[in-house]
Design a protein around this ligand. Sequence first.
Ligand code: ADE
Ligand code: ZN
Length: 326
Amino acid sequence: MVRGLPKVELHLHLEGAAPPAFIRGLAAEKHTDISGIFDASGGYRFRDFADFLKVYEAATSVLTSPMDYHRLVLAVLEESAASGVVYSECFLSPDFCGGGDLGAWRDHLAAIRAAADQAERDMGVTLRGIVTCIRHFGPERARRTALCAAETAGDWITGFGIAGAETVAEPKDFLWSFDCAREAGLRITAHAGEWRGPDGIRDTLAALAPERLGHGVRAIEDLALVDELAERGVVLEVCPGSNVALGLYRDFRAHPIAELDRRGVKVTVSTDDPPFFHTDMAREYQALHDAFDWDEGQFRKIARQSLDAAFCDADTKAKIVKLLEG
Ligand code: ADE
Ligand code: ZN
């Protein structure tokens, strides 16, 4: 039942979606030894979230050219299409794509868009980009990232966000960057409520006013905050498999997504960094079905809720809605 359902994914880190075999192949081409990031069966190996971020950045270090990103987008969207994804938004970081330099970022973005156009024609998946600053790289680098985002904002780069180590720096330290992005017309999402609890979510909402939160699941620790999210219509980009793999919750049954949904919060479902967490969208759906008995009607509601919260324009939404209803 689940694989064939049309899906909308809102929270996917492009580099974090790189199949390990793809990264190994690039490393071999470039004679770069990053063998330490792989386990015996060839998957990514990490101990905890801090280690995950290091492995993520080591894997990303072999993505050095626009053509590497072109190939990456095709490899990632092939996986998405196989899971039934028809629309996806991915996080892109000028920090990784060109080291924060605007000209290099434009070159990377052109290659990414060309690959996305090809995938739309050949695989039937539509992709849009959200520029993301990296919290543990600090507010100064975030400013450069925001300027790159503002310069390329439009119908394809539709949003701005923040990822990385949530326990480093405060949301308000990034206010300049978020204001810059907002003034350029970009929609706003922010990772919060993954490694910090309700206070981290409250601080993020107060400082950056995102319309969506990456994760946000730890709102469940404060039911007044859950009510507030429901009333304000803040959308949660929930990545249950990621949360379980990183040890936030014991298993899917212990994950708060179903409770948040019951309490009226707009939840969506995504994979975050699928090969790192041994998941894909079809597996997420299957695990949610197994844990909470979610049926086709519930999954269709989630897909529709996700499309409503997507950052793309109305024409694109009208096209995707037909795929969800077809
Ligand atoms: N970057 C990639 N995956 C992430 C996650 N789960 N949390 C924060 N930053 C990330
Ligand atoms: Zn994420």
